[in-house]
Design a protein around this ligand. Structure first.
Ligand SMILES: *[C@@H]1O[C@H](CO)[C@@H](O)[C@H](O)[C@H]1NC(C)=O
Ligand SMILES: *[C@@H]1O[C@H](CO)[C@@H](O)[C@H](O)[C@H]1NC(C)=O
Ligand SMILES: *[C@@H]1O[C@H](CO)[C@@H](O)[C@H](O)[C@H]1NC(C)=O
Ligand SMILES: *[C@@H]1O[C@H](CO)[C@@H](O)[C@H](O)[C@H]1NC(C)=O
Ligand SMILES: *[C@@H]1O[C@H](CO)[C@@H](O)[C@H](O)[C@H]1NC(C)=O
Length: 379
């Protein structure tokens, strides 16, 4: 059964026709549990956001209080992947931004329709009691094309969206997909079915070296051509660009080199992943703030790879071993982000907003501002 719309409970002029006492009591009983424990300074801040922005800026937050330093003039949605923080929810709502829950579930469980229904009910309850605005479904599990999980996943997304839209007006249900629809990391999903079934897809245009089939060498986290070919493939299969939000990385990869050649080719250890002989798992993810602190002491300084349109540098660790670090900066991000306007994508977002330096140090402050600045659509 649908809960009464929260707006019923919002302060409003006295009704012209007096409610009969019993009816009034019933209404209060329904409203009080919702309003009595709203943690925000104004109860209205507990209302879900209904406004639909023209351009999405979809931010992943992984916890703590760095969100206080984000550029809230741009943010439209925060996917709260850290511990629930009611202060973040109140603040986001005061800025008109949505806060959505993380949704993940073992896929073998969701083959059972009744399991799906109870999972959805549980997430919906959590979202309502925490005054959130929707859910971001982040299933990155392997699915074989002819397995029962294939259709069950599409059904999960469809049923989640139906429940959420029905129960919370204006709520948002989104789904995270790999950089390409070509069964990356063994994820054979019904991408068109899933896109139809939710509000939009967040395309994770990063970790694009998760499966290296030929040379085992360090490469960009999100090379320009590879990234754009992924969007073109999603669009070619019939998914509207308005259903796609471009996800960019605010982190890079630090690869220990088995050998670093004079022309900067860094050979990496063979770490297989889902059938591929080598992967980015040979490296370690590093946040942009760490990278920016390290560049000046590196042996190469910042270099630009033209073929991949991405920056990298080489450094020597205390044991004397060479490493190569590939990352994204305002230059590489703005090249990719130009595609958003050219093809009419719905917006942009990043994994994750916590990766920048919010310490307030003068150099860091400027670098951080530049990273937020390139998210803005160019006129
Ligand atoms: C998918 O199929 C492969 C090869 O048949 C198998 O190794 C793998 O375990 C399967 N994965 C899942 C999630 O069922
Ligand atoms: C994908 O899902 C939609 C909606 O459930 C369905 O109509 C379509 O046949 C599915 N496509 C494939 C290739 O399974
Ligand atoms: C390793 O790097 C050195 C120095 O650049 C180079 O001379 C050598 O050919 C490389 N070895 C291999 C196996 O690539
Ligand atoms: C690194 O060097 C560049 C160029 O000299 C300089 O602009 C930048 O401020 C330095 N960064 C740090 C963190 O010191
Ligand atoms: C990237 O794509 C452009 C245009 O299709 C092409 O000319 C270029 O060779 C590609 N670069 C690489 C490194 O694949």
């Amino acid at each position: 059964m649908a809960a009464p719309p929260l707006a019923l409970c919002a302060p409003r002029p006295a009704p012209r026709v007096a409610l009969r006492p019993l009816r009034l009591l019933a209404l209060l009983a329904l409203c009080l549990p919702v309003w009595a424990d709203c943690p925000c300074r104004e109860p209205a801040l507990c209302l879900p956001i209904r406004h639909r922005p023209d351009f999405e800026v979809f931010v992943f937050d992984v916890g703590q209080k760095t969100w206080k330093s984000y550029d809230w003039s741009q943010i439209t949605t925060v996917a709260a992947f850290g511990k629930y923080d009611s202060e973040l929810m109140c603040y986001a709502h005061s800025k008109g931004a949505r806060v959505v829950l993380k949704g993940d579930v073992p896929l073998k469980d969701i083959i059972d329709p009744s399991f799906r229904a109870s999972w959805i009910a549980q997430k919906l309850h959590l979202v309502k009691t925490q005054y959130m605005d929707g859910i971001n479904i982040d299933i990155e599990q392997e699915v074989n094309c002819s397995s029962p999980e294939y259709d069950a996943l599409t059904a999960l997304v469809k049923e989640t969206t139906e429940s959420f839209h029905h129960e919370i007006e204006g709520s948002q249900v989104t789904f995270d997909v790999a950089w390409s629809p070509k069964n990356i990391d063994g994820r054979c999903y019904n991408y068109t079915g899933i896109a139809d079934a939710c509000d939009f897809l967040f395309v994770m245009s990063y970790d694009e070296q998760s499966q290296l089939w030929s040379e085992c060498i360090a490469a960009a986290n999100a090379p320009y051509n590879q990234t754009l070919s992924g969007y073109s493939d999603y669009i070619k299969m019939g998914i509207s660009p308005k259903k796609l939000v471009m996800g960019i990385p605010w982190y890079g990869y630090d690869y220990p080199c088995l050998n670093l050649s004079e022309d900067h080719v860094c050979t990496i250890a063979k770490v297989p992943f889902r059938g591929a002989p080598c992967s980015d798992a040979a490296g370690r993810q590093v946040p942009y703030k760490t990278i920016m602190k390290q560049i000046n002491s590196s042996v190469s300084g910042s270099q630009w790879n033209k073929a991949q349109q991405a920056p990298y540098y080489n450094y020597k660790d205390p044991a004397g071993h060479f490493h190569q670090v590939w990352y994204d900066n305002p230059q590489s991000i703005s090249l990719k982000a130009a595609y958003i306007q050219n093809y009419g994508l719905r917006g942009i977002g990043m994994w994750n907003a916590n990766c920048l330096d919010y310490s307030g140090d003068a150099i860091a402050k400027q670098q951080t501002e530049e990273m937020w600045e390139v998210l803005k659509p160019k006129l």
